[in-house]
Ligand binder design. Structure first.
Ligand code: PMP
Length: 428
């Protein structure tokens, strides 16, 4: 059905992410999306640089994903997961267990990335309660991280860059190690590791788990840190007997050049959170995987895991996720992501010479141009839409993470627009 998009009603009644109701940022009415193109209501086509926040890895309106959803729709759109089960959930769990590091054996399917993080945190708390170590109820994380917008997730986001400063007095207090300064490709900085160690030495018996985004710190700073550091954190967790939660909601399914970013360090977490690209960006679904040890720890002495959302394991979303993972496995995502990485490195390099630019960073299918000053988001959006691309900067960061199916010409349109922006409006 084709509606006219009532922008005035939208402005008066609809919240958009992170905006005010009396000074909302402009929004662009979109009517269709196909491949890497978004079509606006006035017919303008935009090359998508955002993959709808990391998720649309195969492009929009993909025939195989469409077919998977349509075919499942004919069977059932949804059914409660309490007391019932279904093939899409079972087969998706089978696939996730096979794809992720071998120790991860148990799967909890939930509705969104933030909920997957809540589930992970709850798993660690219940695990320690059931080991008669209830004092272990704090988390240790690294600064500049981002894990979602619900309350337990907010409490482990960076207190300043994590977008949740307003709640600092209300949130559960956890421990924060310094954000690793060591860059991807280099060795861990001894001071960074020492800082993590000293927090574990001082508070180890209160700490349930370390939670972090492996290698790629996303919404908090779009920064790529040393895989060696991640490896050292894994060792410290083992040494101090705390669990490790890897939040791969943004990095999962190839974005950083490996299927999962933990592979850069050759480590396996005790708990893994997945979301975003899990369904190829079609619908909301997330997964929290854990080891047998964690699951047995929670379940012993008649323990039960206390979580069960209404839309847990939604069959439509599970069927779509299965098709998306099949597509990934059948396709050449590794070479596509590698080609995107090479082109981003080459084409964004000239930004380094611009006065407005602090740093250029590229990893896998992620390109980041960090400006020296914060970008005016509304002006930046208008600038990019004028140039036929969809790029949405925040703070000092202009970044892209396009669908893996983007071709060289469309990717060049994105990088050219970023250079023009950094040399033009961002430099004023
Ligand atoms: N963790 C990370 C690393 C994320 O990037 C995000 C989303 N930006 C989340 C958690 C939260 O996911 P969701 O928005 O689906 O709740």
């Amino acid at each position: 059905m084709d509606w006219m998009i009532d922008l005035e009603f939208d402005r008066r009644h609809l919240w958009h992410p992170y905006t005010s109701m009396d000074r909302p940022l402009p929004v662009y009415p979109v009517t269709r999306a196909n491949g890497v193109r978004l079509t606006l209501e006035n017919g303008t086509e935009l090359v998508d640089g955002m993959a709808s926040w990391w998720s649309v890895i195969h492009g929009y309106n993909h025939p195989r994903l469409n077919a998977a959803v349509t075919s499942q729709l004919g069977n059932m759109a949804h059914v409660m997961f309490g007391g019932l089960t279904h093939a899409p959930a079972v087969e998706l769990a089978r696939k996730l267990v096979a794809l992720t590091p071998a120790p991860l054996q148990k799967v909890f399917l939930s509705d969104s990335g933030s909920v997957a993080v809540e589930v992970a945190i709850k798993m660690t708390l219940q695990y320690w309660q059931n080991q008669n170590e209830p004092a272990r109820h704090k988390l240790l994380t690294i600064r500049k991280g981002y894990h979602g917008d619900t309350f337990a997730a907010m409490a482990v986001c960076d207190p300043v860059t994590g977008m949740h400063e307003n709640f600092s007095g209300i949130l559960q207090q956890h421990y924060f190690a310094e954000a690793p300064r060591c860059r991807f490709g280099g060795s861990a900085h001894a001071d960074d590791v020492e800082n993590m160690r000293s927090l574990l030495e001082a508070h180890g018996d209160e700490i349930a788990a370390v939670i972090l985004e492996p290698v790629v710190q996303g919404a908090g700073r779009m920064y790529f840190y040393s895989a060696d550091y991640l490896g050292q954190v894994r060792k410290l967790c083992d040494e101090f007997g705390v669990l490790l939660i890897a939040d791969e909601i943004a990095t999962g399914f190839g974005r950083s050049g490996k299927l999962f970013a933990c592979e850069h360090a050759g480590i396996s977490p005790d708990i893994l959170c997945l979301g975003k690209a899990l369904t190829g960006g079609y619908m909301t679904l997330a997964a929290t995987l854990c080891t047998d040890r964690v699951a047995e720890g929670i379940s012993r002495n008649r323990g039960v895991f206390m979580h069960g959302p209404t839309f847990m394991a939604n069959p439509l979303a599970c069927a779509c996720a299965l098709a998306s993972i099949d597509l990934l496995e059948d396709g050449d995502w590794r070479s596509r992501v590698a080609a995107i990485e090479a082109q981003l490195s080459r084409e964004l390099a000239p930004c380094r010479d611009l006065d407005s630019v602090e740093e250029v960073r590229v990893l896998g299918a992620i390109g980041v141009v960090e400006m020296k000053a914060a970008v005016d988001m509304a002006k930046a959006q208008a600038f990019f839409v004028d140039r036929g691309v969809w790029i949405r900067p925040f703070g000092r960061l202009t970044y892209i993470m396009p669908p893996y199916v983007i071709d060289a010409a469309d990717l060049a349109a994105l990088t050219e627009a970023i250079i023009a922006f950094a040399a033009g409006p961002a430099s004023l």
